[in-house]
Structure formats: C-alpha cells, structure tokens
Design a protein. Structure first.
Length: 234
C-alpha cells in the first residue's frame, strides 16, 4: 500500500470516495485540497472506452484552452528564411535550423514545444531518439508541423495543449492552476471535454467516457460524473 503524507491524508478526508461530483463542486474541492506551497497545476484524467492498440481508436490532437494553463511555454521553431522571420515576429523563443540540431544533439533541451515547417522535418527527424521520448517531436496531427508557423506559435502561447491516449486508453491533461477561479477552470475543462467528444473514434463501442477525475499536482483525485461532464448521452 502506498504511504501518503499528512496533508494528502487530511485533504482526502474531504472527498467522498464513491461519489461522482458535479464539475463545479469537484473544482471547488480540488482547489480546497491543494496544500503545496507552489501554485499547483489542476489536471484532468479521462478514461476512454477505446482500444489504443488499434489505429482507428487512438485519440490524439491539440486544443487551445480559453484561459490557458497558467504556464508560459518556451517554443522552439525549426524554420529558414521568411518562415524563420515569421516565427520570430510571432514570439517564438528560439528559431533555427542546423544550429539547433547540433545543440540538441549535444544534450540541450531547454524548451517546452517544438514547431517545424514541413521542409525541415528531414533534419528534425535526426532528433527522434531525443525528442520522441520527451514528447517533443513535431507532429502534423497536433499542428506542430505546419507552414503557418505564426498561428502555431500564437496558439501555443495562448494556451494550446496536446492530448493523446496512453496504452490503457487514458488521457491526462492540464487545465490551469489552483490560483485560477472556478469559472476559468470550468471553461477550460469544458473545452477539453467537448473536444474529446468531437474526436470520438467511429470504431469506439459502448460508453465513450468511462471515468473523469480532477486533481492537483500533489492532491487527491475527485471523481466527476462522466455523463454530465460530457454534456451528452452515451
């Protein structure tokens, strides 16, 4: 059995173990049970009724949260010429080509998101073993391989997050910080859930959203009614 700290144990007492909470009530509890000295991230864990072993049941994409995540991401853009200038004008923190490849091959990874124009992917592909395990490899499915680098950078800076199912069909995503008010967290939550509903694979059978849990970085989970969270009947 895992051992939890005193603060975690005390916070867990405020939550009814088998109750499925309304979203706003769950968010109030999540904020109340946050006990760390730093501004914890509020996270959502969704168990989907999909089998990620099958390509037609994998769920992956990106969504811009209306109120962002509360974290400013460092964006690296692989581009040349006019596209490099466009990326810089949009506010990219780092822009380059071969020079950036060499830095990363040397062990440098001081960035949060990587964007690349399609013509740069041959070069960026050499970094697969470094960027891949960190979840930093650009991908057209989430809009990080694109000619519209300005839009990509703006969306990331505005609060764009990526989501994808793990091997068990779960999705974990941040929706803000404990310092956010419930209304902002609620709107971010709804935006993510609505997006997941829209990308439901046609091959998925039965109940799509099996469970939805809200928590903070260091806090206990609060279960949300998955049917009411999705806003639609299964």
């Amino acid at each position: 059995m895992p051992k939890f700290g005193k603060k975690y144990t005390e916070a867990a007492k405020l939550i009814e173990a088998n109750k499925l909470y309304e979203v706003s009530e769950a968010l109030e509890l999540v904020k109340k049970t946050a006990s760390a000295k730093f501004d914890e991230t509020v996270e959502v864990a969704v168990k989907l009724g999909v089998d990620p072993k099958h390509a037609d049941q994998q769920v992956r994409g990106a969504v811009v949260l209306p109120f962002g995540t509360g974290k400013t991401k460092r964006v690296l853009v692989f581009a040349k010429g006019e596209k490099a200038k466009e990326a810089e004008a949009a506010g990219a923190d780092l822009v380059g080509a071969e020079d950036m490849v060499e830095k990363i091959q040397g062990g440098w990874t001081d960035f949060d998101v990587v964007v690349a124009t399609p013509d740069m992917m041959g070069m960026v592909g050499r970094l697969g073993k470094i960027l891949g395990p960190k979840g930093l490899m650009p991908n057209p499915k989430v809009g990080t391989v694109t000619l519209d680098v300005s839009r990509a950078v703006n969306e990331i800076k505005a609060g764009k997050i990526e989501y994808r199912t793990d091997k068990a069909g779960n999705i974990h995503a941040p929706i803000g910080k404990v310092s956010f008010d419930v209304e902002k967290l609620s709107q971010n939550f709804s935006t993510l859930i609505d997006t997941l509903n829209k990308v439901k694979p046609a091959a998925a059978k039965g109940q799509y959203m099996r469970s939805v849990t809200l928590s903070t970085t260091m806090g206990p989970g609060v279960k949300v009614n998955p049917v009411k969270a999705s806003g639609r009947k299964e």
